[in-house]
Design a protein around this ligand. Structure first.
Ligand code: 7TS
Length: 416
């Protein structure tokens, strides 16, 4: 595995060496240097992650939990070692609380199926916010449709901040679960999750946090957050796709029936009855994504080596710089102006459809996301079909910001 870049620990945050850790950033796009500003959709992987996965595939791969042979034991050690690495990263009490899933979406669906559905009935309520990604809306709509429960949505204001008083007023004696994002993917709003958890717990209501956008920008100390479920995806945290995590408080996970049936989640099977495995394997039916888990652990090592606080400060500086410069582009409107924002700049430019903007920026080597960002209610709230979104990560630098702003001015000229 590659040694961490030396300079950054000695002299602070060395963006050039961080950028050099990500091989894909060396490629050109349409003859231009690549300014990758779409990390909120999926972050790139550092060499350390690519090499950790390669090492696993080259030296350790076999199926887990079932063979006595050396490779199966090596694969099991790597997989369970990755689980322990995630536990430490999240400051969870026990590795039993760390369930590997395909990503945030599957983690939320697991809770909707195995925890919520058996507990919900007509008149019960699930409370979310207007800021949620579809992955934290649709599973609850489906659970409500199946059980007769009602989905309640706490409103936001024109800055894209949660109206906390209204959120609190919506917590009712029938609220069975609160499910909210830690950070909005469409606007970058950082939600007041500590207050949300406190208010919900004061009424005995458990809380699920969608950490997909929160965990890469500051990490998550789950004992401090005190939430009951926490979901995230490795691919937004510099890890591989197809792997993510559901954290669940052990007492709640114990009460939940398995979601999917198959191998690994059983202790014994007979036609007179099946007994289920212990946590966390009870929720991991079938052969899991071992190389993905190894890659996730390497990504966590990488991020912790950089220092979550240093990365956060770096991204905040880029966000402020980009926001100031973007506001000088004629006709540009920033969508989402919350006081506390993570590394997301969502905007529109008068007279240019966001998709056209995205295409012009791409021709300049600038990768941004355009569309509804799988958060259509947020777009509806602002009366927009779509926005353009630049998102920042540990490897972005001042040159990326300049390239973005230059390309925005160019787009203005094209559409003048
Ligand atoms: N929750 C949030 C807040 C997200 O931003 C995303 C993905 C998900 C859930 C779903 O994660 P998945 O890994 O299971 O797909 N967000 C985005 C985005 O902003 N652009 O592309 C995907």
């Amino acid at each position: 595995m590659m040694a961490p870049a030396l300079a950054r620990t000695a002299v602070g945050y060395d963006t050039a060496s961080v950028r050099a850790d990500f091989p894909i950033l060396a490629r050109e796009v349409h003859g231009h240097r690549l300014a990758y500003l779409d990390s909120a959709a999926s972050a790139q992987r550092p060499r350390a992650v690519i090499e950790a996965v390669d090492h696993y595939e080259t030296h350790c791969h076999a199926n887990v939990h079932r063979g006595v042979h050396a490779l199966s034991q090596a694969a099991t050690d790597a997989f369970e070692g990755a689980r322990e690495r995630v536990r430490r990263f999240l400051n969870a009490r026990s590795a039993k609380e760390i369930i590997f899933t395909r990503g945030t979406t599957e983690a939320i669906n697991l809770v909707a199926h195995a925890w919520a559905r058996p507990r919900l009935g007509p008149g019960d309520e699930i409370l979310i916010t207007w800021l949620e990604h579809h992955a934290n809306i649709v599973p609850w709509q489906m659970a409500c449709a199946a059980t007769g429960a009602t989905l309640k949505v706490a409103p936001i204001d024109e800055r894209g901040e949660l109206r906390f008083d209204e959120f609190e007023a919506l917590l009712s004696p029938r609220t069975r679960l609160v499910a909210v994002a830690q950070v909005s993917n469409a606007l970058g709003t950082v939600l007041p999750v500590a207050r949300i958890v406190k208010a919900a717990h004061a009424r005995g209501v458990p809380v699920l946090l969608d950490g997909a956008q929160g965990v890469p920008h500051g990490g998550a100390d789950l004992q401090a957050l005190d939430c009951d479920f926490y979901a995230f995806s490795a691919h937004k945290l510099y890890g591989p796709t197809g792997i993510g995590v559901l954290y669940g408080r052990e007492a709640l996970l114990r009460e939940m029936p398995p979601w999917q049936g198959g191998g690994d989640m059983i202790l014994s099977v007979s036609f007179s009855g099946t007994t289920y495995n212990d946590l966390p394997w009870k929720f991991e039916a079938g052969t899991p994504n071992m190389s993905g888990a190894v890659g996730l652990a390497a990504a966590i090592d990488y991020l912790e080596d950089l220092g979550a606080a240093a990365v956060h400060a770096h991204e905040q500086r880029l966000l402020a710089q980009a926001t100031t410069a973007a506001l000088e582009v004629p006709g540009l409107r920033v969508i989402g102006t919350a006081a506390d924002k993570a590394a997301v700049l969502s905007f529109t430019i008068e007279g240019i459809h966001p998709h056209d903007l995205g295409t012009i920026l791409d021709s300049e080597g600038v990768a941004i996301r355009t569309g509804h960002h799988c958060a259509m209610p947020v777009m509806d709230f602002f009366g927009l079909p779509a926005t353009a979104r630049a998102s920042f990560a540990c490897y972005n630098d001042d040159a990326d910001v300049s390239q973005l702003i230059g390309a925005l001015h160019k787009a203005r000229e094209v559409f003048a």
